[in-house]
Ligand binder design. Structure first.
Ligand code: PEP
Length: 263
């Protein structure tokens, strides 16, 4: 269903009126985690200032350590919905458990499946049946074939509004958190008709790499970029070191502006 063999035209997925696909390069930005109403609104305003048309933000955080901040849950979803009201930015947020899909879908405009759940087939089937567009991160140890098969689980439930997100894979390199597999973008675009975006924040894990990796993503023909921004990263409860700050926004906007999509 997601193969380009049976569907030669590349698809556009529309999230509450915002297109992600071959005719545009969509910027999605926001906080890694929803912490407070004020922090989320400020991050959303930063996202808008950089030219973002969709707001990201995690209410359910899949953390490596069980002692790390796990997210605000439904309270975080309510904050995201309020910030959507205030800014007009549709909301992309992660769901980590099949039992929460209906709840998250009742607030979100797009459901995100994270790298750690990329082969959680029960979750993939549940989001496939939820009636909302889905952003599917690549599993950090998944081959491109496995990633596309994960998308197939969603599509099989009748939902073809799927955006693939390359977010770095685990390699022997330790200088970055994960290794951004930039070649995965054109490879996945050739194998599948689905849009492919890049997450330079979670792949590098370092603020200083976000702009260069965003540039690489846009130059290679990605259909969008999803980045973390935070009004005060030193105080962030999650992934502060990778969040862009106010001073980075103009440069980020320029990256998105200066590189038109490949034809
Ligand atoms: C995220 O985008 O908030 C996230 C946790 O990403 P990933 O699943 O790629 O680590």
């Amino acid at each position: 269903l997601v193969s380009r063999d049976n569907h030669p035209e590349r698809s556009t997925v529309t999230v509450r009126g915002v297109p992600i696909g071959p005719d545009t390069v969509t910027l999605i930005a926001g906080p890694c985690a929803v912490e407070t109403p004020r922090q989320t609104l400020e991050a959303a305003e930063m996202a808008k200032a950089a030219g973002a048309t969709l707001l990201r933000g995690g209410a359910y955080k899949p953390r490596t350590s069980p002692y790390a901040f796990q997210g605000l849950g439904e309270e975080g979803l309510r904050i995201l919905a309020d910030v959507r009201e205030q800014t007009g930015l549709p909301v992309v947020t992660e769901v980590v458990d099949a039992h929460d899909v209906a709840l998250v879908a009742s607030y979100a405009d797009m459901l995100q499946v994270g790298t750690r759940n990329a082969q959680n087939f029960a979750l993939l089937q549940a989001v496939g049946a939820a009636g909302k567009p889905v952003m599917l991160k690549r599993g950090m140890t998944a081959t491109i074939e496995e990633w596309l098969m994960a998308a197939e689980y969603i599509a099989q439930r009748g939902n073809l509004d799927i955006v693939l997100c390359e977010r770095g894979i685990r390699t022997y390199e330790t200088a970055t958190r994960n290794t951004l597999d930039i070649s995965a973008v054109p490879v996945a675009q050739r194998l599948s008709h689905l849009p492919v975006i890049v997450d330079p924040s979670h792949s590098g894990g370092r603020r200083d790499l976000v702009l260069p990796l965003s540039r690489a993503a846009v130059a290679v023909g990605a259909d969008g970029v999803i980045v973390d921004v935070h009004p005060n990263p030193e105080q962030a409860l999650c992934d502060g070191p990778q969040a862009l700050v106010d001073g980075d926004l103009e440069a980020l906007a320029a990256v998105m502006r200066d590189f038109p999509p490949l034809l």
